[in-house]
Design a protein around this ligand. Structure first.
Ligand SMILES: NC(=O)c1ccc[n+]([C@@H]2O[C@H](COP(=O)([O-])OP(=O)(O)OC[C@H]3O[C@@H](n4cnc5c(N)ncnc54)[C@H](OP(=O)(O)O)[C@@H]3O)[C@@H](O)[C@H]2O)c1
Length: 205
């Protein structure tokens, strides 16, 4: 991706679940005006009664503590920039809990709380805090969620038109390019075929 952008882009390794990786990544960045917290995802669709603690731990590590680690480390640079912006990718799972989603729901609800608090704590500082909460987007998300089971992942989008990664990139670009005094707190964006996390219109053909 960096190569396709050209010499102004640089790719660096980052594992948001590993504090030393976050330190190395953030240390290698001279300045930061815009941080997009995108890393994350879901594992499993088990009911609470059958919850797999290791899956819950990963979801919390990647979606919540990852956002905390990177945001905390880059906050001084965002403030010094004089026009900083944190955009975090949450999910409608952070607004609408659904059966089988408790671990992911809990993690994305937590992300929303962190972003809300951050906006209050940064009041008076030159940093905006925005959250984009997508519904169904066809990426590798469902393949990861179902442990590599591509058939199970394909069924998620069967007979409906999901959002694409480009649709979410459009939202991020729009939020990031508003004038500095305009803070888009939150965007909830879903496919026309989805009214709630579990209410999806599917055509039979
Ligand atoms: N797809 C959806 O329906 C949907 C809906 C609402 C919200 N979201 C959210 O959108 C964000 C992007 O997900 P996606 O749909 O693009 O899923 P995806 O295709 O599985 O991509 C997940 C991304 O997160 C990165 N990532 C995972 N763990 C990481 C870690 N420990 N450190 C650094 N990067 C890590 C992955 O990097 P590697 O490829 O290098 O592992 C990948 O770039 C996530 O926060 C997800 O929760 C997705």
């Amino acid at each position: 991706m960096a190569a396709s952008i050209g010499p102004s882009a640089r790719a660096l390794e980052l594992d948001v679940t590993d504090a030393s990786s976050v330190d190395a990544f953030c240390g290698a960045i001279e300045g930061c005006r815009l941080l997009v917290n995108n890393a994350g995802g879901a594992l499993g669709r088990d009911a609470v009664a059958d919850a797999d603690e290791a899956q819950w731990t990963w979801m919390y590590e990647a979606n919540v503590l990852g956002v905390l680690r990177v945001t905390k480390a880059l906050l001084p640079k965002l403030i010094v920039s004089g026009d900083g912006h944190v955009i975090t990718i949450g999910s409608i799972a952070g607004i609408e809990p659904y059966p089988g989603g408790a671990g992911y729901n809990a993690a994305k609800h937590a992300v929303r709380a962190v972003m809300d608090v951050l906006r209050m704590e940064l009041l008076g500082q030159p940093v905006r805090v925005s959250e984009i909460d997508p519904g169904m987007v066809e990426t590798e998300f469902s393949i990861v969620r179902f442990g590599g089971d591509e058939d199970a992942a394909a069924k998620v989008y069967e007979g409906m038109t999901p959002l694409t990664a480009d649709d979410i990139a459009d939202c991020i670009a729009w939020v990031a390019t508003r004038p500095s005094h305009v803070d888009i707190d939150q965007i909830v964006v879903r496919p026309r075929d989805q009214a709630r996390a579990t209410m999806v219109h599917r055509s039979s053909s």
